[in-house]
Design a protein. Structure first.
Length: 294
């Protein structure tokens, strides 16, 4: 698979640190063009300079966007299309929905959504929708959404899906990772090939996601737990496999850990649950019911 990504263009969200930055580095080294996305203009500038120094002949640009805001997600999609047009292309070969966040306390976006639900689930759902015409223009496009083993032993609390009445940060996070798997499965049922979606389980990775929490206790616990995690590059290798391996284009497996398929939870395989979540997500993102896949 070493050169299977050569010449392709891949969007990576959350690409200024951790798994996202490691994936961007590996993609560039394998000959892909990278459009990285980050929230901080300064960190985007630093990451782009780092990639240019790493691969002087490679093509990598960074775009700034706050994925907590749906207006910003839609604007990002417009700027991605413009960047592709400037490069003489009307297609996108892959999208890595990697950006994620963790909040211990209930925090709402300016649009009124719980922050983890907005960033970890609604943003990937909406960005994929906005970029779908570009993905359809590629011969074998892939959508890889970074989920987590925390989706096991979790269900959606339909009566209060954003947990606004009784918030628990960890449960909120686990629900979003479950939603990533449900989204992936339903995407493949609704969107016709050659576009395919996969959910990546990165395992326990030594990144800073928990260290950015709004809770001192949560930061302290994560900084201890992360020491047993694998390097971000190892997790990124699994993502690159899902982006570039030709043999899995027709695979019915949706959930993968380090390049190997793994059964997701039984709840994540429930087609009724997935359909219900999809329709709710369309409503929350102001997408016409049933209009996503058209």
């Amino acid at each position: 698979m070493e050169h299977s990504l050569s010449g392709r263009t891949i969007v990576v969200t959350g690409a200024t640190s951790g798994i996202g930055q490691a994936a961007a580095e590996l993609l560039l080294q394998q000959g892909a063009s990278v459009i990285g996305v980050g929230r901080s203009p300064e960190r985007c500038e630093q990451a782009q300079a780092h990639l240019q120094a790493l691969e002087p002949d490679g093509r990598a640009i960074y775009l700034t966007a706050d994925l907590a805001e749906q207006a910003a997600v839609r604007d990002l999609a417009v700027r991605i299309r413009q960047a592709l047009q400037q490069a003489g292309s009307e297609k996108l070969d892959g999208l890595v929905n990697n950006a994620g966040t963790f909040y211990y306390w209930l925090t709402l976006t300016s649009e009124g959504f719980e922050m983890q639900w907005a960033v970890n689930h609604l943003a990937p759902f909406l960005l994929t929708h906005e970029l779908l015409p570009l993905l359809r223009g590629a011969p074998a496009a892939r959508v890889v959404t970074v989920s987590s083993g925390s989706h096991y032993n979790t269900s959606l609390r339909w009566e209060d899906i954003q947990l606004r009445r009784r918030y628990n940060g960890l449960r909120a996070y686990k629900q979003t990772k479950l939603a990533n798997v449900l989204f992936t499965a339903e995407f493949n049922r609704r969107v016709t090939p050659p576009v395919r979606a996969f959910a990546a389980d990165p395992g326990l990775v030594n990144t800073s996601i928990g260290a950015k929490s709004d809770s001192f206790i949560a930061r302290w616990v994560w900084n201890i737990r992360r020491r047993g995690g694998i390097p971000a590059e190892k997790a990124a290798q699994g993502i690159l496999f899902l982006l570039g391996e030709p043999a899995i284009q027709e695979s019915g497996e949706i959930y993968w850990l380090h390049g190997k398929p793994k059964p997701p939870s039984n709840y994540a395989q429930d087609t009724i649950v997935a359909r219900r979540l999809w329709e709710l997500s369309e409503k929350m993102c102001a997408i016409a019911l049933g209009g996503y896949a058209q």
